[in-house]
Design a protein around this ligand. Structure first.
Ligand code: CTP
Length: 397
């Protein structure tokens, strides 16, 4: 949970009703170890009391340019220099206009002009204001200057209408900041990740599936993307939210997953096979819904191809990472899979432990390499584990 340790984040809050959501954003930054300074516009201070941010950040919150000090000129420069990144959330139409045109008529806009730190803005406003050509042009100007825009979402707005203009959720805003700070250790690399569980049909309405939510693989794809890689995510059944800015391929069966993986295999630098591939499929899939006419029903299953094993056999220079979900003899079975599937390392997972495996946000795993060296990792979030796996891959390629 210390993804932001040692990072200085300047949060600029402008006057929108969504300012209250930024309390949660700032709180998350603090939990992730960041040093946070908040600057509010006067209008923002109408929506949330500066004291709220002050208590959370344990730092003074600045609103006024000339706030009773003879050294006023120092403050905006000090804050401008403090920032490793400047986040503006919520960003009003008025703020975007001023930032786009270099107007500095209050403390926040003066800091924005005085800082050389990269800026990330999360707009939030009424749909018509957002869609107005002036606002759209201002967003383009900012984007052209390298400012990252966290798109507003569609939903119900405070003004009573529905449409685009809701502030992006605190979770997304935080993810963007974590992404911004992630070391770009995989730039120029192409990474293929599989995730989720395959679906093996029985008849037109029924199927065999497993408990995979796709969370682990989706986090790996996200971490690879954050590290600067080009990412292809091939996913079976999953409930997790896929990361943006990647190639996302949805498949159902193990056979479809095999085909999708092989189509990309030649051109990638690494494959992380975190999908829960069904080992068997139904031999004769019924073309019509099976009726409950008999007391018992026997399904004949045939073995699915082992995708990872096939990749191991066809390996050129690709780095191959497998997962081993076990309930006993974890290390021994995982080691066997390294040899059998020609892997570079394996993430061995005792799914019988509390806090590990399917449907939870955490995992407890061991990383085992070809030489048999074992790194036992403590309980950590899947996002943290994903970063560890990506670090390991970066070291190896
Ligand atoms: N895997 C695969 N194709 C399959 C089955 C598994 O590519 N048909 C991959 C998984 O994505 C995982 C690794 O192989 O990375 C290990 O999967 P696991 O099910 O733990 O092992 P199996 O090899 O299937 O062996 P067993 O089920 O007997 O433990």
């Amino acid at each position: 949970m210390n993804e932001l340790a040692g990072k200085n984040i300047l949060v600029g809050v402008t006057g929108g009703i969504a300012a209250y959501k930024v309390v949660e954003v700032v709180s998350r930054f603090k939990k992730m170890g960041a040093e946070v300074r908040v600057v509010m516009t006067r209008a923002a201070a109408e929506f949330v009391a500066p004291r709220t941010f002050q208590e959370i950040t344990k730092n003074p919150v600045s609103v006024e340019m000339f706030a009773g000090t003879v050294n006023f000129h120092v403050e905006h420069i000090a804050l401008a220099n403090f920032a490793d990144v400047v986040l503006i959330a919520p960003a009003t139409a008025n703020f975007l206009a001023k930032a786009a045109h270099g107007i500095a008529d209050d403390l926040l806009t003066t800091i924005v002009l005085a800082t050389t730190a990269p800026m990330i803005v999360a707009p939030s406003m009424n749909t018509k204001m957002l869609e107005h050509p002036a606002t759209q042009a201002n967003l383009k100007i900012l984007e052209g200057r390298g400012v990252k825009i966290i798109d507003a979402e569609i939903g119900r707005l405070a003004c009573g209408t529905s449409g685009k203009g809701r502030l992006s959720e605190p979770e997304n805003i935080c993810a963007e900041i974590v992404k911004f700070f992630a070391p770009k250790i995989l730039i120029g690399k192409k990474i293929l990740v599989t995730a989720g569980g395959t679906i093996e049909p029985i008849d037109p309405v029924r199927f065999i599936c497993n408990r995979s939510t796709g969370k682990m693989g989706y986090e790996i794809a996200r971490a690879a993307k954050n590290a600067g890689a080009e990412v292809i995510l091939i996913s079976g059944n999953a409930t997790a939210e896929p990361p943006s800015d990647i190639k996302f391929v949805k498949v159902e069966t193990a056979l479809e997953m095999r085909e999708a993986v092989l189509a990309e295999y030649e051109n990638v630098d690494a494959v992380i096979m975190s999908a829960a591939v069904s080992d068997y499929r139904v031999k004769n899939v019924a073309s019509q819904k099976i009726k409950k006419s008999n007391e018992t029903l026997t399904l004949e299953l045939v073995k699915n191809p082992d995708i990872l094993k096939e990749l191991g056999e066809r390996k050129n220079n690709q780095l191959l990472v497998g997962f081993a979900a076990e309930t006993e003899n974890v290390i021994e079975y995982a080691r066997g899979k390294i040899d059998e599937k020609n892997l570079d390392f394996i993430v061995a997972n005792d799914v019988s432990q509390e806090g590990a495996g399917f449907g939870v946000d955490t995992n407890i795993v061991s990383l085992i390499d070809r030489a048999g060296d074992i790194e036992n990792l403590p309980l950590m979030t899947k996002a943290e584990l994903a970063e560890k796996i990506i670090q390991r891959i970066a070291e190896l390629i």
